[in-house]
Design a protein around this ligand. Structure first.
Ligand code: SF4
Length: 428
């Protein structure tokens, strides 16, 4: 199942790397290709491009920076250093810092007929859009500015108007026409994909979870955020995974051997990019099984596929809950109350509580989470990290936090003592 899910992401990366290279004006070619390409920032979801079958939407920083930092922990260091030497404070979130640094050293492709930025409201993001405009004055930028009060339905129409304006802007920039027929076709597919995802969750909520580990989490984020039902090759693959999953469940199998299935856990807050397979270590070393990650839980409602006005409103509802908005920027209810609701839903007593040291949003609720978690009887393991900069908090230090908690608070013995301590600070 993990191979099948990871392959979908790899294929997307491989195909889009070709396009990034072909379209880059620094490589001197393909004006025609650039006319049909629209780029967006890595938090902006891909679904809007489903209405433009003649165009190609590519997340501009995703492959050169965002995704690759999940494979190689050292990759963003030159970007971060470059922008900090320009004077950017070192406590800015490493996501926008790395984006800006990549622009400073001219590491991103000069491509596309326009760039769509999202209103992800963290401190560094606004800066990242302005760095983009300064590096590529030839590429116009559209700013999607959705309200953050997404639980208030009165704000939805405002989001829908923003989507409409963005569609019009794409049409004007490229000469392409929005196709409702194609959009609905893709969203029908995306709705089926959402159902298959929900089935994985139902099984993982049971006493015999079947999918644990990074491919499960990474696939969900990619599918939800980037693919969004546009690529018809993804649904058959998800159906295949569903079949394997149900078969294993019905046969009474488990995701890991019994000895590695000791503690049910959920992940809360933003995960460390430079330790994308942390959940595998948790299971192998301590028998901690991560059943779901916070960022997977953003939006599961079926998108409208008949009424055009309601479809735009649904698209706004979806975009308002994009990665880094639904919980971390959603305020108290969406990150504190929601955490306990999810612990209950997944029957998990343990929370892997990531603490990005540069994330001001999450820092504001740290004490509240701590206090309420204790009162409710949950075990919260706070694990500091610096998202894309492993020099601030290394992988080893992250593991040490778990080792210490498991030994002193839980009085537990490791499943595999050889994994408690090892050196991996300079490797990928
Ligand atoms: S929510 Fe936190 S981790 Fe995410 S982009 Fe904003 S500052 Fe960074």
């Amino acid at each position: 199942m993990s191979h099948e899910l990871t392959y979908q992401i790899f294929r997307y990366v491989a195909e889009n790397l070709v396009l990034l290279n072909k379209a880059d004006r620094k490589n001197g070619n393909s004006d025609e290709l650039n006319r049909m390409m629209v780029t967006f920032d890595e938090m902006t979801m891909g679904q809007i491009m489903a209405g433009f079958p003649d165009l190609c939407g590519i997340p501009h920083q995703l492959l050169p920076m965002f995704l690759v930092s999940e494979i190689d922990q050292l990759v963003c260091i030159p970007y971060i250093d470059a922008v900090e030497s320009y004077g950017l404070p070192a406590d800015t979130c490493p996501v926008p810092s790395s984006e800006c640094g990549a622009l400073v050293i001219n590491a991103l492709p000069d491509m596309g007929s326009g760039f769509i930025s999202s209103s992800m409201p963290c401190d560094g993001s606004t800066m990242a859009s302005s760095y983009f405009s300064r590096r590529f004055p030839n590429i116009p930028v559209f700013h999607l500015c959705f309200p953050v009060r997404y639980l208030d339905e009165e704000t939805v129409q405002m989001g829908a108007e923003d989507i409409k304006a963005c569609i019009k802007w794409i049409e004007e920039r490229t000469g392409a026409k929005w196709s409702w027929e194609h959009y609905f076709e893709c969203m029908k597919r995306f709705n089926q994909e959402t159902d298959l995802e929900l089935n994985k969750w139902e099984i993982n909520k049971s006493s015999r979870p079947q999918l644990i580990g990074p491919s499960y989490e990474l696939f969900r984020k990619w599918n939800y955020e980037m693919d969004g039902g546009i690529d018809p090759r993804v649904l058959p693959s998800m159906k295949k995974v569903d079949k394997m999953l149900m078969k294993a469940y019905e046969n009474g199998e488990t995701a890991w051997p019994e000895r590695k299935m000791k503690h049910r856990a959920i992940v809360w807050s933003c995960p460390a990019h430079y330790y994308a397979n942390f959940s595998n270590w948790l299971a192998n070393c301590w028998g901690i099984d991560v059943l779901v990650e916070m960022e997977s839980l953003n939006f599961t409602k079926h998108l409208e596929t008949e009424d055009k006005e309601e479809a735009l409103r649904d698209l706004a509802r979806l975009y308002e809950r994009m990665v880094m908005r639904r919980h971390t920027n959603g305020g108290y209810q969406n990150v504190v109350d929601e955490c306990w609701a999810q612990c209950e839903a997944w029957n998990a007593k343990l929370v892997i509580m990531y603490q990005n040291v540069a994330c001001k949003n999450m820092a504001t609720v740290q004490g509240i989470l701590d206090e309420q978690g204790r009162a409710r009887g949950y075990d919260l393991i706070w694990i500091e990290h610096d998202l894309m900069d492993p020099r601030t908090v290394s992988r080893r230090t992250m593991r040490d936090k778990v080792n210490e908690y498991m030994r002193t608070v839980m009085k537990a013995e490791p499943v595999d003592p050889s994994l408690v301590e090892f050196e991996d600070e300079v490797c990928m």
